[in-house]
Ligand binder design. Structure first.
Ligand code: CO
Length: 466
């Protein structure tokens, strides 16, 4: 019997996409024992923006959250999303930091590490992969992830080549990550057939978003063409900028006689649990109804939904919304000039901001952001296609080439741990605290100071009560 398994995303990507990752642990703790019995391939519950959000907005220790997830989901595979050499932040970290982060992630309970690089420059996955292999338990899976995008240089052949490379590197599964939800059924068919023909023995996963309305059609095509795992979210947290719905895909596959391993009663119970949770965040405005709707505009400009709402916010701030259409049309130009980077964090912001600047200044590249300059220098990795020659000369100078090694090979110090430990002093109690500080220094100091103050208060109460 054909089997297609499900990764449930409600604890990570679904709430990241619909409500900016503001779902606190306490809101879902009660349903974890049921989720543990639902029969998912994995529960995506950590990484991505959850780490930052825990420290910045939720006053939660992300490591403690992970240990609690581990305790309450003892039979499930816990999955995280990792931005390769960027870990969960927005810059490249040194190899020893990356290695330690992965060691701690596995130690605190992670099973599956899905690792991607915004530019699909796989040199940026090597350290994370090696660390995952080094600290692997029998349950650990290193999943190599491709940022999916469309452009003249992103052909089926190119994606097949990437998959072969990920397999050769030693990844155990491969994930196609369609962050903008722009993969069409036609593309899924050709892509997955091509990949299955070339590397058929390695499990293939499709991650997409319902943003443009393509996702259900694309998933069905993917299932027809041999996909092994799909990402979905409990139905009340599905649709719009989130994933397609778990139950809907379950009933669809059931009719086709495809085994999912899911327990029908349990997945419905999970959805029932989350209904009032979702309602709470609709009522307090955290879930914007816009994010629940279908918006096919992304198919015109190949721009993810989040990038559009960012642009609208920026232009509104600058009282320049009349330039919106011009800025939107400028995006494909900028993207082509930069060698067609996939529009995923941080490239989506960089390309979007440069397009807005070009339009507002009224002249292309008269002002270039520091980030775009660093990108052209090669600090983010190798661009999918060559950068526009004139633009490269303008930034680097005549005859100067982008760097051809990883940036951290140039900037390595190896002193972060000592420096971070010294900076935190007695605020730090564990390697995890120090790691949080290296990733998000300001937020972590604030969190640890809060924790200390809270404990001192509690100590005072205890003494008074005695
Ligand atoms: Co996603």
């Amino acid at each position: 019997m054909r089997k297609v398994q499900i990764t449930e995303t409600v604890l990570r990507d679904a709430n990241q996409s619909l409500m900016a990752t503001r779902l606190p642990y306490k809101d879902y703790e009660g349903i974890l024992p049921t989720m543990d019995q639902a029969g998912y391939y994995s529960v995506e519950c950590w990484g991505g923006a959850t780490f930052d959000s825990c420290l910045r907005y939720l006053n939660e220790d992300p490591w403690e959250r992970l240990r609690n997830l581990r305790k309450n989901l003892p039979n499930s595979k816990l999955q995280m999303l990792l931005r390769g050499q960027n870990l969960l932040g927005y810059k490249h970290y040194h190899d020893d930091v990356v290695e330690k982060f992965i060691e701690l992630s596995i130690k605190n309970g992670i099973d599956i590490i899905r690792i991607f690089d915004a530019l699909n420059d796989f040199r940026n996955l090597e350290t994370a992969l090696a660390a995952t292999q080094k600290y692997a338990t029998p349950n650990t899976i290193a999943s190599g992830c491709i940022s999916y995008t469309q452009s003249p240089v992103h052909t089926v052949e190119k994606y097949v080549k990437m998959c072969k490379e990920l397999k050769t590197m030693g990844f155990q599964t491969i994930c196609l990550k369609d962050m903008a939800g722009t993969m069409t059924p036609y593309e899924a068919e050709h892509l997955i057939k091509g990949i299955k023909d070339a590397v058929g023995d390695i499990p293939l996963i499709l991650h997409t978003h319902s943003t443009t309305g393509m996702a259900y059609m694309t998933l069905i095509k993917a299932i027809e063409c041999g996909i092994d795992v799909i990402d979905t979210a409990a139905s009340c947290f599905s649709g719009g900028t989130s994933q397609p719905s778990t139950e809907t895909m379950f009933y669809t596959m059931q009719q086709y006689g495809i085994e999912t391993g899911l327990d029908e009663a349990k997945i419905n119970e999970v959805n029932e649990y989350f209904k009032p949770v979702k309602q709470k965040y609709i009522d307090n405005g955290m879930i914007n109804p816009k994010s629940l709707a279908t918006d096919a505009q992304a198919l015109v400009y190949k721009v993810p939904g989040g990038m559009l709402s960012n642009m609208i916010a920026n232009l509104t701030d600058m009282k320049a919304m009349d330039k919106f259409d011009a800025a939107l049309e400028e995006i494909p130009k900028v993207r082509a000039d930069l060698g067609y980077p996939p529009l995923v964090t941080p490239l989506s912001q960089m390309v979007g901001n440069q397009a807005v600047t070009n339009v507002l200044v009224g002249q292309r590249y008269k002002q270039i952001s520091k980030e775009v300059k660093n990108y052209i220098k090669g600090e983010y990795g190798i661009a999918p296609a060559p950068v526009n020659k004139e633009l490269q000369v303008q930034v680097l100078g005549e005859g100067v080439q982008p760097i051809d090694c990883r940036t951290e090979d140039q900037k390595r110090t190896g002193e972060e741990f000592k420096e971070a430990a010294a900076a935190l002093g007695d605020l730090a109690r564990s390697e995890e605290d120090i790691m949080s500080y290296i990733c998000f220094p300001d937020q972590t100091v604030k969190f640890l100071e809060n924790r200390k103050a809270q404990e001192e208060n509690e100590a005072v109460y205890t003494i008074e009560e005695m």
